[in-house]
Design a protein around this ligand. Structure first.
Ligand SMILES: *Cc1c(COP(=O)(O)O)cnc(C)c1O
Length: 369
């Protein structure tokens, strides 16, 4: 006999019970949704909520895509050409490299590869939400080790959290949303525990810091990169990672067939050819980050945290972060608010163009003085 509650449910009573309460990932709002809600034109919305490159992709990408003739053919499942391209670009042998539909997909594959129900991952919070998202989805156990007040790692607690069920340690470097870097010495300390360490370098091009050379030395180090942020390809979904070769093999075996679409592959090819152009836009954003930081610091009710990425986390006082988020949204400015314990009074601003900085600072002055 089924219970009344179960009878009231339709087909969903057949899904995995532990997913009935699964909340999903709180993704950034889309400009078209907001435009409708506040009666503004979509092109007038200032989008500073998802760390995208406001300068867009290389102009070569648009050109190459409009000329491409093979959209009706599946991509190469083994990603041979793409992986060779990434190998040449990064100076690493392609046996280390696997590409994904966004680096988010690689995070998800890593969790599926390592984490069985009841296995543990270590997450140094506050941090990027996809690590916990994918872990929950497979029935893994999240072991959260809060970062210190300055958001640096609590190395001692991380080490004591490790046990025989620990399968992965995730480390975003620079960390999202806090913007700070973990020094190489500490990453080496994590590696010496023997647990696989995933260093997510989504913002490497902005920070300039990488542990990629260590991948050849440590068979428990994985480094993830993406074209979403520096190269302006967030909408095409393409990322890549460096894995110990044996793990790269498994990643290629367990991924969905044809996981990186041909448009993304064309775009990667053109982006790499035009890397100097794209890095110039990265430099503009790095410069703009400092201008935004100084502007925020001048307002007494705001406390920005120094950042090595293309966003700034900012503590607010005298008004709630939800209020600031809402008031900015009414003015057509999208920013990121986190409904999490340590971030209740924080807002994250993506770095935009100079005009975006001006609009944001003006709006903040109107809101909080
Ligand atoms: C934006 C971001 C990514 C990128 O995800 P994609 O799927 O490649 O777009 C990965 N990790 C972190 C920490 C990020 O902030």
């Amino acid at each position: 006999m089924t219970s009344d509650a179960e009878n009231k449910m339709g087909i969903e009573k057949l899904i995995r019970k532990e997913l009935l309460s699964f909340g999903g990932y709180a993704a950034a709002a889309s400009p078209e949704t907001l435009a409708g809600k506040i009666g503004m034109r979509e092109q007038d919305i200032i989008k500073l909520d998802a760390n995208e490159n406001p300068y867009g992709p290389s102009p070569r990408v648009q050109k190459a895509l409009s000329k491409y003739q093979q959209f009706h053919i599946y991509p190469d499942d083994g990603q041979e050409k793409l992986r060779q391209l990434l190998a040449d670009y990064t100076g690493m042998d392609m046996k280390y490299i696997v590409a994904g539909g966004g680096s988010n997909q690689l995070i998800d594959l890593l969790v599926r590869l390592f984490v069985a129900e009841g296995d543990e991952i270590i997450n140094c919070t506050p941090t990027f939400g996809v690590y916990s998202f994918s872990t929950r989805l497979v029935g893994g156990k999240l072991v959260e080790v809060p970062r210190k007040d300055d958001f640096s790692l609590d190395m001692k607690t991380v080490k004591t959290a490790i046990n025989s069920k620990t399968k992965l340690i995730f480390l975003a470097n620079p960390n999202n949303p806090t913007g700070n870097l973990t020094p190489e010495t500490e990453i080496v300390e994590l590696l010496s525990t023997g647990v696989p360490v995933v260093v997510d370098e989504a913002y490497y091009e902005f920070s300039g810091m990488t542990v990629l050379p260590l991948v050849k030395t440590y068979d428990n180090l994985i480094v993830l990169r993406t074209f979403s942020k520096w190269a302006g390809l967030a909408g095409l979904r393409v990322g890549y990672g460096f894995f110990p070769p044996a793990i790269a093999d498994f990643m290629l075996r367990i991924k969905i067939p044809y996981n990186v679409n041909v448009a993304a592959q064309v775009a990667v090819n053109e982006s790499i050819k035009d890397a100097a152009y794209l890095m110039a836009s990265v430099q503009l954003m790095v410069k703009e980050r400092e201008i935004l930081f100084q502007g925020l610091k001048k307002m007494k009710w705001l406390q920005p945290y120094p950042s090595q990425a293309n966003y700034i986390l900012c503590r607010v006082s005298g008004i709630t972060a939800t209020q600031v988020h809402k008031r900015l949204q009414e003015k057509g400015i999208l920013v990121r608010y986190f409904d999490q314990p340590r971030l209740q009074d924080c807002i994250r601003f993506s770095v935009g163009k100079p005009a975006h900085t001006n609009a944001l600072l003006t709006a903040l002055k109107e809101i909080g003085g």
